[in-house]
Write a protein that binds this ligand. Structure first.
Ligand code: S3P
Length: 172
């Protein structure tokens, strides 16, 4: 079967996705990795050289392709920002699982990989409080969009990927 993970940057989609793929004995697809392969550069480089619009166009074409494959698909946190992507997710027959986390936890995780998230802090210069402020602002816009696409939601604060994956498996 296929399954899609959505949620904010730092919500643990990749780690939970790997665990789910192991439990389901199926491949794990990382949409960001697919985009990097297609663009032949890293996501921060893509944002810098071609801008967010080019990134989003690639994200939509790679999402469409990935949804046709049998796999656990980990998406980027902004996949829900395009109406076309939200439609693709809603039309897919796969469960779409929203991994939720508090802004503070998300900010801590984002800060542990400085410079990896161009939309929050491309140069890795913000402190925890500034990062949390940006996370809150973006979450306010994106929360309702995740809600529109999700068929299931899981709270992840303070929990190990194995426990989160086990909860998803028992709900399926
Ligand atoms: C983005 C999230 C990132 C990546 C890109 C844009 C976003 O993925 O796709 O930097 O708009 O939230 P992760 O959620 O895996 O960090």
């Amino acid at each position: 079967m296929s399954l899609v993970l959505i949620g904010f940057m730092g919500s643990g989609k990749s780690r939970v996705g790997r665990e789910l793929a192991r439990l389901l004995s199926c491949p794990m697809l990382d949409l960001d990795a697919r985009i990097e392969e297609a663009a032949r550069c890293s996501i921060p480089e893509l944002f810098l050289s071609r801008g967010e619009a080019a990134f989003r166009a690639l994200e939509t074409s790679e999402l469409r392709r990935a949804l046709g494959e049998e796999a656990v698909l980990s998406t980027g946190g902004g996949v829900v920002t395009r109406e076309e992507n939200r439609e693709l997710l809603r039309e897919s027959e796969s469960p779409v699982v929203w991994l939720q986390a508090s802004p503070q936890v998300l900010a801590e995780r984002i800060r542990s990989e400085p410079g990896a998230r161009p939309l929050i802090d491309g140069q890795g210069l913000l402190d925890l409080e500034q990062t949390a402020r940006r996370v809150r602002a973006l979450l306010e816009v994106r929360g309702p969009l995740y809600e529109q696409c999700a068929t299931m939601r899981v709270q992840t604060d303070g929990r190990e990927p194995e426990a989160i994956a086990a909860e998803i498996m028992s709900a399926l």
